[in-house]
Design a protein around this ligand. Sequence first.
Ligand SMILES: Nc1ncnc2c1ncn2[C@@H]1O[C@H](COP(=O)(O)OP(=O)(O)O)[C@@H](O)[C@H]1O
Ligand SMILES: [Mg+2]
Length: 139
Amino acid sequence: MPPQPATPAAQFTQLLSATRRGARLARLLAVEQIAQWGWPPDSERAEAAAVVVAELATNAVRHGCLPGRGFRLSLVLLQGSRLRIEVTDPRGDRLPAVSGIADEGGRGLVIVDALADGWGVLPYPPSGKTVWAEVSSVE
Ligand SMILES: Nc1ncnc2c1ncn2[C@@H]1O[C@H](COP(=O)(O)OP(=O)(O)O)[C@@H](O)[C@H]1O
Ligand SMILES: [Mg+2]
């Protein structure tokens, strides 16, 4: 066997409708894919990944949608049991904002921030954005 290049081991991408059902489906598909990649379904990292996908997908549907446009879920399995989650929506003009006040607004991004090693936003030209987060093994 030749030495393996330091490229992502595996990748999953799915376009979903910007509906509650689409957000739910994003979580279900992620759970299934992560299990196929060998993360035990009841492990902390798999549960963290599922919650992060659910929060980012829900945000894409609730805050990042445009009529007639869906959102895209991408999962990339990186070296060292790291999972990169990317949720792309069409509203590059509206960005995630973590609320500083505990009982004002949602807690979704606070939860993402707690569970992920890191997260952020990238432009998705011409007018969309990608919210990404990385989760890794804590076990
Ligand atoms: N994908 C997104 N597109 C546009 N705005 C977003 C997106 N995700 C989050 N936001 C903004 O960041 C805020 C905080 O998100 P979050 O912590 O998930 O709380 P909630 O969704 O309950 O409002 C949202 O209220 C919204 O204004
Ligand atoms: Mg939210």
